[in-house]
Design a protein around this ligand. Structure first.
Ligand code: BGC
Length: 766
């Protein structure tokens, strides 16, 4: 036993007689422990637990003398975040448990959004796998790696539904659909937290951003949100609720207003809905400075907004210094109660208890684990396979893909030879120089079977300032050469080649936080390059990098082959090559609608009908709901994605034509692999409720299954339909299913479906 452990053992003597797992999972023991601890805490120490300050610059070996260490010693800090490295974290934890009066261990949080040093695809890409096992595993690997490096709390999953790709943070979420988003929320919480939060390789999840952050007006980050409660409950809340019910340990508030009140001070949201309605009992942390930002929202001064936040149900203050700085005064002035402070403090302490930190504050600080469990071959293989599953083949008209490993391949484009832009936004623990660029990966993939040549061809955009705005944190790839020089070089390389692979799109920082765009098409600089390449007459495979749904109308009209690769993580280079060369068959399907024009936004598949829907097949009709200058259809619909093989859907049938509220129905379809590759297909079930007490969407995803089919094989895929799948929130916000006619649709995407009908009999059921 180490010295620290001996010291610690004195404090928790009675607890140390019990086995760890039993201890963490016994609520009455936890309550007794926390009662005892809190009875010894001063008001200031309680407020310290509610404080999550900026980590500051902590250098290994210097932790004890850093500014933050002084605060920790005083008991003014509940946790820290985004501090990387087990050595540093151990030193800081040591200050907390050896030098603060009550020796309360710290939480160590981090934005481990899609992996740690082994980076998985950005969440939006992960969602395009529709593979819950792979997604749970991605979270599991992230938990293993970050916990090996000292982290015990991750600010993930981000489950904000987003229907507006102008918003850069679409990259961090799971797309536009609440049903799929809920399944992913559950898978991620399970992956991070496992079945026992106190194990040293599980971490506490933090569901964010509660709530509705993805509906920021005009797609501008941090902007106002305003929607009906009916829409909140039906379309935006389900993934948060799913994560709460999956037992996520913490929630993060969002920056936006909800019903006119910033989420961080919204009692209805944080207490009535999250705790009372959903029965959730974790702790709520604010987003970065969300308390002090309420001053700009016009909610009062720091003291006022801090009291509002606490009273609403916020437990921990990230960076604003509002709780630690003003709540003592507010207590004296009767603006907050001691019970409210105690309640928040208890919730934070409970989280620490559940993580096993009182049992062993060094539980996540094992240097051996850090040396052996990060960026391992197994984790990298998982990330590579998952990345390949996330790519969406949008077009392959001339069957240019897969490519053969032969001849001369020209790899051209601003994203072709950059390591730093492979992992994607919010990869805070990424180790760029360990990752391959696509150029490197392609040379490795072909070995001596083919020659890969390279030219950059263009900058991301002609405007250096716009490019700088969207390429920070070591991701800058600006080239000083002239447009002409770059294009000439590229065309020269292309002319010598048998095939061109054009790596174009966004840099990784053109999506993510504070990366809204008003124009979602490929910048002119890159279009000019593509046009010049097209004029060589060589076959072209367009590989599009993006952190959102982009507008690819121009490209789709001119190029026969488009593979959307998002940002695939640390192993993206190899994974892209796996798909380009046919070692893996693409199977990803869009979880966001790809519009034809920004003017169509918001465009999403599960919309309501209007009283004047456009007749099918038409693109304009006077006095119908449409545009003068563009049709209503997306370029690529939700759920869409091609394969190297082809699938045929036949014989959709139901086990019966009627169903009662307590009964079930089975929808069955035969899916045949009619092409030349063994491959996965994601079979999708949609339902439409034809008559309701409120207007119902034209279709809603209600089931999906990823199936593997060998060439020529037919599989019968079945979905069970029960009343839960038919329920929705009515005007009273009751979750009900109403009798009447329903359509059941099954297909390879939300557009190309077969339809059958049934009737639900009986009355409204809750
Ligand atoms: C983001 C959060 C993130 C936090 C901590 C904020 O700016 O909105 O998603 O978890 O910073 O890094």
């Amino acid at each position: 036993m180490t010295n620290h452990k001996k010291l610690w053992a004195g404090l928790v003597l009675c607890l140390s007689l019990l086995p760890a797992v039993a201890r963490q999972s016994d609520p009455s023991k936890m309550n007794r422990f926390i009662d005892n601890l809190m009875s010894r805490m001063t008001l200031r120490e309680k407020l310290g637990q509610l404080n999550l300050p900026v980590t500051g610059d902590i250098v290994t070996g210097q932790a004890k003398s850093s500014d933050v260490a002084a605060k920790i010693r005083k008991g003014d800090v509940g946790g820290l975040f985004n501090l990387k490295g087990v050595g540093k974290i151990r030193e800081v934890q040591k200050v907390a448990v050896e030098q603060s009066r009550l020796r309360i261990p710290l939480l160590f949080g981090m934005d481990v959004i899609h992996g740690y040093e082994t980076v998985f695809p950005i969440p939006l890409a992960l969602s395009c796998t529709w593979d819950m096992q792979a997604i749970e595993n991605a979270a599991r690997v992230a938990a293993v790696e970050c916990s090996a490096d000292g982290i015990n709390w991750t600010f993930s999953p981000m489950v904000d539904i987003c229907r507006d790709p102008r918003w850069g943070r679409m990259a961090e979420g799971n797309g536009e659909d609440p049903f799929l988003g809920s399944a992913i929320a559950r898978a991620m919480v399970k992956g991070y937290q496992g079945d026992d939060l106190s194990l040293n390789n599980t971490v506490m999840a933090c569901v964010k951003h509660f709530a509705l952050y993805g509906a920021a007006e005009a797609g501008r980050d941090y902007n106002t949100v305003d929607m009906s409660r009916w829409r909140m409950f039906n379309d935006y809340f389900p993934p948060y609720e799913a994560a709460a019910k999956a037992g996520a340990g913490s929630f993060m508030t969002s920056f936006n207003v909800v019903d006119g009140i910033p989420a961080t001070a919204n009692r209805w949201l944080l207490t009535d809905v999250l705790r009372e309605r959903w029965g959730w009992n974790g702790f709520v942390v604010t987003d970065y400075t969300a308390i002090s930002e309420m001053i700009a929202h016009g909610m009062g001064d720091l003291q006022q907004v801090s009291a509002l936040a606490l009273n609403a149900g916020t437990d921990m203050d990230m960076v604003a210094d509002g709780f630690i700085g003003t709540l003592e005064k507010s207590l004296k002035e009767g603006k907050v109660t001691e019970q409210a402070i105690d309640r928040a403090c208890r919730r934070v302490l409970e989280a620490k208890y559940k993580l096993g930190l009182f049992d062993d504050p060094y539980r996540y600080l094992d240097k051996k684990r850090a040396a052996g469990e990060i960026y391992t071959p197994r984790h990298r293989a998982d990330a590579r396979r998952t990345a390949a599953e996330s790519f969406v083949l949008l077009k392959n008209d001339a069957q240019t893909l897969p490519l053969k490993k032969q001849g001369r391949i020209a790899l051209i484009g601003p994203l072709a030879d950059t390591r730093a832009n492979m992992p994607g936004t919010w990869s805070v623990a990424a180790a760029f120089d360990r990752y391959k660029s696509l150029f490197q990966a392609m040379r490795d993939a072909v070995g001596d079977k083919a020659v890969v040549t390279y030219a950059k061809g263009s900058n991301i955009t002609d405007d250096a300032q716009i490019e700088a705005n969207g390429s920070m944190f070591g991701r800058e790839i600006r080239d000083d050469r002239t447009v002409r020089q770059m294009i000439d070089e590229a065309v020269g390389v292309a002319r010598e080649a048998d095939v061109i692979v054009a790596a174009v799109g966004e840099t990784s920082e053109m999506s993510g936080e504070s990366s809204s765009r008003s124009d979602l098409s490929l910048p002119e600089a890159q279009r000019r390059l593509l046009q010049a390449l097209k004029e060589t007459g060589k076959p072209i495979v367009l590989v599009n990098f993006s952190g959102r749904a982009t507008v690819m109308t121009w490209e789709a009209e001119r190029f026969s082959t488009i593979l959307n690769v998002w940002f695939g993580g640390s192993e993206a280079g190899d994974a892209i090559c796996d798909v380009l060369f046919g070692d893996r068959v693409p199977s990803g399907k869009l979880t966001v609608t790809m519009p034809k024009s920004v003017g169509q936004i918001p465009l999403y598949y599960n919309h309501l009908n209007t009283g004047r829907p456009l007749e099918s097949g038409k693109w304009f009709s006077k006095f119908r709901s449409n545009y003068l200058d563009i049709d209503n259809e997306p370029l690529f619909p939700f759920g869409y994605g091609l394969s190297y093989t082809s699938f045929k859907y036949t014989n959709l049938r139901l086990s019966a034509n009627t169903m009662t509220a307590d009964g079930t129905l089975t929808a069955t379809v035969d899916v045949t692999n009619t092409g030349h590759y063994d491959a996965d297909e994601i079979v999708q079930l949609y339902i439409r409720d034809l008559v309701g007490s409120v207007a119902r969407p034209v279709k809603e995803l209600k089931g999906f299954e990823r199936v593997h089919l060998k060439r020529g094989e037919t599989r019968t895929v079945s979905f069970t339909i029960d009343a839960t799948l038919l329920k929705f929130y009515n005007v009273a916000l009751d979750f009900v299913c109403e009798p009447g006619d329903f359509e059941v649709m099954v297909g390879p995407n939300s557009r190309d479906v077969q339809t059958v009908k049934f009737i639900m009999t009986g009355g409204v059921s809750k």
